[in-house]
Design a binder for this molecule. Structure first.
Ligand SMILES: [Mg+2]
Length: 298
């Protein structure tokens, strides 16, 4: 039996419902079996609970629906192509752009320059190296890119280089942790080392909305800012993450993955760079007709 199948059998044996699910022990046991199944169950339970209350999820979680501007990601591509993509995004109303880097310092600088030139001086631009730089190259990149007004540098060096991330901060780099940040223990370690300015919270990485809310509280208490991101998620988990973002006031919202894949559900729409959450009970999106074609065996 595969992991996610085991997790679903376990959830069934507990007769999981919104009344019983918000129990830490049960949630922990399901997450240990399969983190992605635990995330899906967690989102479903929050959605159902909000629907039973007749309220939008953001309200049930203690927030309110907000205008949620998201960035759009420009991948590793040549500078000319990146510039054209930035022009398209700017024309579509995106005011924030994430640029993937980490392959070659000079090509990365060319790409960032092209994006800045095409998107104008007021666009918020930040970079994500996915741990692709060594500490010295990361510091050099940040220094050379200073004229392009970057917001911060997501995961400049490999995930386990927490001390090096702290050193980069001492050299003026604004560091965001993504791959380094997986759970409460990793967050506490980074706080202790003063290794980060902000952390990227992703539902699929931390096991759902319940742990995400807890991590956001810990970060805020320590003066660490947050970002709400995604990992190739479909619209369902993007919508759930958007409700989370309505509650925790993140510095950055990076919820664009569902725009790059065939949609399994009817939303959330992104209009002029803002994630639109309809004011209706639950997460506000439903499965599209014919969704069964995505059903796979665990
Ligand atoms: Mg990242």
């Amino acid at each position: 039996m595969k992991k996610c199948e085991k997790a679903l059998v376990l959830a069934e044996s507990y007769s999981v419902s919104p009344e019983t699910y918000f129990d830490d022990e049960m949630r922990g046991e399901i997450a240990e079996t399969s983190l992605s199944a635990a995330t899906a169950i967690d989102i479903a339970m929050w959605d159902l609970r909000a629907k039973m209350d007749g309220l939008s999820l953001a309200v049930v979680m203690g927030g309110s629906l907000k205008d949620l501007q998201t960035d759009f990601t420009i991948g590793i591509m040549d500078a000319e192509e990146a510039g054209l993509e930035a022009t398209r995004l700017t024309n579509e109303g995106f005011r924030s752009i994430k640029v993937k880097i980490g392959k070659s310092l000079s090509e990365d600088l060319d790409r960032v320059r092209a994006v800045r030139n095409s998107s104008g001086p007021s666009a918020k631009i930040y970079v994500d190296a996915n741990g692709g730089y060594d500490p010295e190259s990361a510091a050099r990149f940040w220094e050379k890119a200073s004229e392009y007004g970057l917001e911060f540098f997501e995961q400049p060096v490999p995930a386990d280089m927490l001390k090096e991330m702290a050193s980069l901060r001492e050299r003026g780099v604004r560091v965001c942790a993504d791959e380094s940040f997986t759970d409460e223990a990793s967050l506490n370690k980074m706080i202790q080392l003063e290794a980060v300015d902000l952390v990227n919270i992703k539902l699929m990485k931390c096991g759902g909305l319940s742990p995400a809310m807890r991590l956001a509280r810990t970060a805020k208490h320590a003066g660490v800012e947050t970002m709400v991101g995604c990992m190739g998620d479909v619209g369902i988990s993007v919508a759930a993450a958007a409700h989370l973002a309505c509650c925790i006031e993140p510095r950055q919202v990076d919820l664009d993955s569902h725009l790059n894949i065939e949609q399994i559900c009817n939303g959330p729409d992104v209009v002029r760079g803002s994630v639109v959450l309809p004011d209706m009970p639950g997460i506000g999106v439903g499965l599209k007709e014919g969704w069964q074609k995505w059903k796979t065996e665990c």
